[in-house]
Design a protein around this ligand. Structure first.
Ligand code: MG
Length: 232
């Protein structure tokens, strides 16, 4: 039977590259390097405070209320201030180390490489990611993902982010794919799934957190290995 799809468009962060694990690994290292245990009760104490500021600052960033630089600085400076460690220079240094080190981390979701290896002979595969060119390129190279993908589509270069339909239209067009032969695989209901639905492309929702929703999605998985059942 001929295969339905020819082109697979994978999201990167939280879909192939384990953003949370890589971020935590980086924060643990930096927590030690900067001797933060003299200020925080424990790494967990720091991590929780960081998470809450980070989440809030990202929501402000998406609304255009803070810029990227402020976001990166304040997510560390604010938790530092909470425990009486108000040192802007150190926070600045910590923030820039975080951005430098985390993309060099290499933790992927279970079975990622195995699945890509098995799909590679049968599909043309691409990355579609919201992010910055240098950072995303570093992640792909260091984690060994790069060889599996023909094209890397990055919002910074396209000029709009997923779920904007132009992001999908642009990516599809520039690799001469057809929407009917394309499949988007991602973890974000909004950016990946809703974006693909709006653009008229089939979707696989990688739902690792068991999120409940009422969307009509083509496929839903919680382990990448399930892609083999769908696609081979
Ligand atoms: Mg993602």
């Amino acid at each position: 039977m001929p295969r339905k799809y020819k082109h697979l468009f994978f999201d990167l962060d939280h879909t192939l590259w384990d953003f949370e694990a890589n971020s935590e690994e980086t924060l643990i290292e930096l927590y030690e390097t900067f001797n933060l245990d003299q200020y925080f009760e424990s790494f967990e104490d720091f991590h929780e405070r960081y998470e809450s500021h980070n989440l809030y600052l990202w929501s402000q960033y998406r609304k255009g209320k803070v810029d990227k630089k402020t976001l990166n600085f304040q997510r560390f400076h604010l938790p530092f201030c909470e425990v009486g460690f108000d040192d802007k220079a150190i926070a600045e240094q910590f923030a820039s180390e975080y951005v430098r080190i985390s993309p060099s981390k290499t933790k992927l979701f279970p079975n990622a490489i195995d699945v890509l290896e098995k799909l590679k002979p049968h599909y043309e595969m691409h990355i579609i990611t919201n992010g910055f060119r240098e950072v995303q390129a570093k992640k792909l190279e260091n984690s060994g993902l790069r060889p599996y993908f023909s094209n890397i589509y990055i919002s910074e270069l396209i000029g709009v982010q997923k779920p904007h339909p132009y992001f999908f239209d642009y990516s599809i067009k520039s690799c001469n794919a057809r929407k009917k032969e394309s499949l988007v695989i991602g973890d974000s209901l909004e950016a990946d799934i809703q974006g693909a639905i709006k653009a008229g492309i089939d979707q696989v929702f990688f739902n690792t957190k068991g999120l409940s929703h009422e969307k009509k999605i083509t496929h839903e998985i919680d382990n990448l290995s399930e892609l083999l059942d769908i696609l081979l």
